[in-house]
Design a protein around this ligand. Structure first.
Ligand code: ATP
Ligand code: FE2
Length: 325
């Protein structure tokens, strides 16, 4: 069996093809880059996807030497994401499925990040820590749904790091820059904000900017910011482990590349006899393979999810029923 997956919730248009054993057969990506110094312009990203969809599809099919007739299902990222991009990708997937009489599988983008992480790392039933520029969530599968145990109440952690780095005049993305600076810093006091199982970063960012203006060294701010934010994240992850009795942690998303975060999680997990898994950056980024894999999981379980609209710009992972547990 083969499943083709189309990702296009934001900047990346990706098409992947995977078989029923999770063997990755094709992976083609084209990334829209916004004008220098600007954020993503949704309509421009959608135009990028429109312009490149046929080329990316052709390249993906060429990589496996398959005809589209031989594919069993067409999965696509149906949300959450930017509406113009979702509209473009869902129309494309829909047309392909109709034309070639294939099963059409709408896939939740967050779920795809989680499941590709499990496939690549071979983690079985982890607490997933998803930390990127756009997301901060602590998730875990309970019965047949991924529950969100904790999440940010305001801005995502990657975004917080980038804002502080930008104030310091560092190049983007800011996370790796701060990681470097932090090695030479010492601790200055910053707020530590955990509310129940949720996290808040915007007050910490404000405090950092204030300290920067007062002349506190960049190294010290970088060190303290990471120290505080990563400790908060580790604390909530530990509680999610304790609450669920799980013994694996899977780190996904751009911020998971931080060695400082990895060390903190490792130390916590070692004390609890749990294991930490890291997703290589290649699959941490948006890609079509992750959509194809979730499509395949649905195909194999013979339960294709239905959504009332073709795409959903806001679609929470805990709304998806997981039939393969
Ligand atoms: P998504 O749309 O899934 O939220 P994204 O577009 O934000 O993802 P990612 O590549 O997952 O993209 O994450 C980017 C973020 O990761 C940036 O905020 C960046 O500063 C941060 N980052 C990257 N490398 C590191 C690092 N080594 N340490 C800390 N943060 C990092
Ligand atoms: Fe993503």
């Amino acid at each position: 069996m083969f499943c083709l997956g189309i990702e296009g919730t934001a900047h990346t248009l990706g098409i992947g093809i995977i078989d029923e054993n999770g063997k990755i057969l094709a992976d083609v990506r084209k990334v829209y880059s916004p004008p220098l110094g600007k954020g993503i312009i949704p309509n421009e990203a959608a135009k990028h996807h429109e312009k490149n969809k046929e080329i990316v599809l052709k390249e993906a099919l060429n990589q496996v030497n398959l005809e589209i007739d031989e594919i069993d299902g067409i999965a696509y990222s149906a949300g959450p994401g930017l509406p113009p991009c979702l509209s473009s990708v869902s129309n494309f997937a829909n047309k392909l499925a109709k034309k070639y009489k294939k099963k059409l599988i709408p896939v939740n983008h967050m779920l795809a990040h989680v499941e590709i992480g499990k496939l690549v790392t071979k983690a079985r039933d982890p607490i997933v820590v998803y930390v990127s520029g756009g997301n901060t969530m602590i998730l875990g599968l309970v019965e047949n749904k991924y529950r969100v145990f904790g999440e940010t109440l305001d801005i995502p952690l990657g975004n917080a790091l980038d804002v502080v780095a930008r104030e310091m005049g560092l190049p983007m993305p800011g996370g790796p820059q701060l990681d470097e600076l932090a090695k030479k810093g010492k601790f200055v006091n910053l707020p530590y904000i955990v509310k129940g199982m949720d996290l808040s970063f915007s007050g910490i960012v404000t405090a950092c900017i204030k300290k920067l203006k007062e002349g506190v060294k960049k190294e010290d701010i970088a060190f303290s910011l990471e120290e505080v934010c990563f400790s908060m994240l580790t604390e909530v992850t530990e509680r999610a482990l304790a609450h669920t009795g799980k013994n694996e942690v899977l780190l996904v998303g751009g911020v998971a590349a931080s060695k400082i975060l990895q060390e903190k999680m490792e130390r916590m997990c070692k004390e609890r006899g749990a294991r930490v898994f890291y997703l290589p950056q290649e699959y941490a980024r948006d890609n079509g393979v992750m959509i194809a894999w979730v499509g395949m999981l649905f195909l194999k379980s013979k339960k294709i999810p239905k959504i009332e609209r073709r795409f959903r710009a806001r679609w929470r992972i805990e709304e998806v029923e997981i039939p393969w547990v």
